[in-house]
Design a binder for this molecule. Structure first.
Ligand code: SF4
Length: 286
């Protein structure tokens, strides 16, 4: 549907405006795994460049996992568009599954793929890497971090990789998965099936199901969750009342610039002390 293409382009433009993802003169390596999201990103970034009349270069790049994936359809598409296409051959698949026999392979695999993609970007003279993570990926990562690592985190729209001096961008953060799929289907983009033995059976898949369950209770749950993540002005977490060293709370300016006069007591400050005590008690029961 043409509507999906328009929607995805609009979402990319919004992410670009919100986070300053793309600048004139950039040379951007689009990480192409062969899945629908990376193919949609490649296609839409190409259209976005025409629409913006901006001068940035696009290079498509694939990390070959060593599974004998057929990259020809992607190569042909890139040739047709006049976009350079580079492949980084690796043994990541063999290393993760045959040699290390990882029980939870995704974390090591993702780290190694990221490293290989960064090397490929350097090799191709790129200053940025664009990844095709969509809205659901953001929310699944948020749930994974919270439920399995106990911390609040998700992908950043923009990350500076300091060792390689490359900036990683995620222009499709606002794009719902269904729209990305709609573009791939409408334009008949070549989708290359992954040979990964655990694809479709990961913790991420479980988070996908959890999101779908949430959506059954509240049909716009995903939109609202993304809105909560975006609205940083209204974050209301415990960092604001976290207990600081006493010297910082009484009559001195603390490291974070706050100032409370001696003996100054507010209901808020009382709550700090009792919250903290409760926290300690709760920890013992875990
Ligand atoms: S699903 Fe397969 S390819 Fe993807 S991160 Fe996990 S191990 Fe790697």
């Amino acid at each position: 549907m043409k509507k999906d293409i328009k929607y995805v382009l609009g979402s990319i433009r919004r992410a670009d405006q919100d986070f300053g993802l793309i600048a004139p003169g950039d040379r951007i390596l689009v990480g192409v795994s062969g899945g629908k999201d990376s193919m949609t990103l490649l296609e839409c970034l190409r259209r976005y460049r025409m629409f913006l009349h901006q001068s940035f270069d696009i290079v498509a790049g694939t990390v070959d996992m060593g599974w004998g994936m057929d990259m020809e359809p992607i190569r042909r598409l890139c040739e047709g568009y006049g976009i350079p296409y580079a492949v980084m051959p690796t043994d990541i698949g063999k290393l993760v599954f045959e040699e290390r026999k990882e029980k939870n392979p995704c974390s090591l695999c993702a780290r190694m793929r990221r490293g290989a993609l960064t090397n490929l970007a350097k090799e191709q003279g790129c200053n940025k890497i664009a990844l095709g993570h969509n809205r659901e990926d953001v929310l699944e990562t948020f749930l994974l971090s919270m439920l399995y690592e106990g911390h609040i985190h998700t992908f950043s729209p923009l990350t500076w990789l300091d060792r390689s001096d490359i900036v990683q961008i995620r222009p499709m953060l606002y794009v719902p998965e269904a729209k990305s799929l709609g573009v791939a289907r409408t334009l008949e983009l070549p989708i290359v099936k992954t040979e990964c033995p655990v694809a479709g059976h990961t913790k991420r898949e479980e988070m996908k199901e959890l999101l779908q369950t949430l959506n059954r209770f509240k049909p716009d749950a995903q939109r609202m969750m993304l809105r909560a993540l975006q609205d940083t002005q209204r974050y209301d977490l415990w960092d604001k009342v976290k207990r600081r060293p006493l010297g910082n709370r009484r009559g001195r300016t603390g490291g974070n610039g706050d100032f409370l006069p001696p003996d100054y007591q507010t209901p808020g400050e009382c709550a700090i002390i009792s919250d903290s005590t409760e926290g300690e008690a709760d920890d013992d029961t875990i």
